[in-house]
Ligand binder design. Structure first.
Ligand code: F0G
Length: 357
């Protein structure tokens, strides 16, 4: 049986990397594309979920990071740096370690999920908490990478986009053609840029008959692309996409317009409801930021915007274990406490509502 080699070896012919260049890989990509029966039923469409939480560090960032770190080695870099809402830093730290590079990460103080913070620390990154938001962290990182010998691995680095586009290839390979619509969360807008590039390249190579409409969703409190201007104080429970001035702004707008798509906003309530729905009806656990795509899908269905029978792929970008606390909140915000029982089958059966056989 074929052992998945990571996205560089699997798609080397489609990637901008020298044939003899070493691939720094943790086996990223090859993630599940799951048929979502409940979402299909609800929306009258054929809905698939691309579960990117199944990457080695638990998010889609690994696809871009295998490329960015492999090429950093080829460029002769000794150190890399990134700004992050958490997932990029987790991924950069892991791949830099694998490559023997040092890694510095700048994160917004108090605004990254504990799982992501743990990963950066576990992989030995130099971590700075910045008194500011993600956009401030990225500005700082750009300055540092210009003034010091440290290589920037945010998605403003084209190598990141190059790796991330492989998710589109996998989807077309799995479905036999491009879907009609592709739905994804949008933060710094690297991923929508990458997917759109991947879909166009596969179609140009004759491997798909067309390209999907790109539907991007931002959190309502952090929706600069929807508003048409940067947001100074982005706020959302979905800390992954708490971004006010996306670096790939123009590319996101181009992906929307060239594909005949939309970029819209979903509220935190819609995000958390979609998060709950996905875990409780489809068996897929994601972090809140990832649920923005599902929230967007449901919002579009509600608005009658989904053509009957359309084939739709929703990317869910990060694993639920990154930021697990949200599952333990009820809809009204209170915490769930499990019922406690003694070591006694009768009491346990009563609490579980089991009837006598
Ligand atoms: N979903 C998750 C879980 C993310 O971590 C991010 C971005 C996005 C969606 C949005 O993707 O930025 O390409 O539009 N996280 C970055 C980070 C900003 O630092 O981890 P995007």
């Amino acid at each position: 049986r074929h052992q998945w080699q990571g996205v560089i070896e699997e798609y080397r012919d489609f990637l901008d990397i020298a044939a003899d260049s070493r691939a720094v890989t943790l086996g990223e990509g090859g993630t599940p594309l799951i048929h979502a029966e409940q979402l299909s039923e609800r929306t009258g469409a054929e809905v698939w979920v691309k579960y990117e939480g199944m990457n080695p560090t638990g998010s889609f960032k690994d696809r871009g990071m295998t490329m960015a770190i492999s090429k950093a080695l080829a460029y002769g870099a000794k150190a890399v740096i990134c700004a992050s809402t958490g997932n990029t830093s987790a991924s950069a730290a892991a791949y830099a370690t694998k490559a023997g590079l040092t890694c510095a990460v700048l994160v917004p103080a108090g605004k990254i999920a504990v799982g992501k913070m743990s990963q950066a620390v576990a992989h030995g990154a130099e971590l700075l908490e910045v008194d500011g938001n993600f956009d401030d962290c990225l500005t700082l990182c750009r300055k540092l990478s210009e003034a010091y010998p440290v290589h920037l691995v945010n998605s403003v680095n084209p190598d990141r986009i190059e790796g991330q586009k492989t998710a589109s290839f996998e989807i077309v390979d799995a479905l036999g053609d491009a879907p009609d619509i592709h739905v994804l969360p949008v933060g710094n807008a690297g991923n929508i840029t990458a997917y759109w590039k991947g879909y166009r390249e596969y179609a140009a190579a004759g491997l798909a008959t067309g390209t999907p409409r790109m539907w991007g969703f931002q959190a309502a409190g952090a929706a600069p692309l929807v508003k048409g201007h940067p947001v100074d104080d982005p706020e959302t429970v979905a800390t992954a996409i708490r971004i006010g001035n996306p670096a790939s702004w123009d590319q996101a707008i181009a992906a929307r317009d060239e594909s005949g798509g939309v970029i819209k906003a979903v509220t935190d309530e819609e995000i958390l409801a979609a998060h709950r729905l996905l875990s409780s009806t489809e068996g897929i656990f994601v972090e809140p930021g990832s649920a923005a795509s599902i929230a967007g899908l449901l919002q579009q269905a509600e608005a009658g915007e989904i053509p009957a029978g359309a084939r739709i792929v929703c990317t869910v970008t990060g694993h639920g274990l990154k930021d697990p606390q949200w599952a333990l909140h009820t809809a009204d915000g209170s915490n769930l406490t499990p019922t406690r029982v003694p070591v006694d089958a009768v009491s346990a059966a009563r609490e579980l509502g089991l009837e006598d056989a």
